[in-house]
Unconditional design. Structure first.
Length: 92
């Protein structure tokens, strides 16, 4: 897969911002079919950094009840990428 199609968007939350500042970890929403090695090569090629480790999670949003029935929530994949201490990603 093309690196542009693997990385969907960076996740900018309070917890992810703290991790990027203190632990050099960055969170991304990624394609559900991508593996850890795909994510590693995509981040390395897009941001020109060295990746030390990748952690992934499959996230499930809860089902919701509407007047016309129950709608299942979206399933998406989050990757937390640890960057080499000498490298840096500028998201802003």
């Amino acid at each position: 897969m093309d690196p542009i199609h693997i990385i969907v968007r960076p996740i900018v939350t309070e917890k992810a911002t703290w991790g990027s500042g203190h632990q050099n970890r960055f969170a991304f929403e990624v394609a559900r079919t991508s593996s850890k090695t795909d994510i590693k090569y995509a981040v390395e090629s897009l941001y020109k950094v060295r990746v030390v480790g990748v952690s992934t999670q499959n996230r499930h949003i809860r089902a919701r009840a509407y007047k016309y029935g129950i709608v299942d929530g979206k399933v998406w994949k989050r990757a937390v990428v640890k960057i080499h201490p000498e490298d840096k990603i500028e998201l802003f």
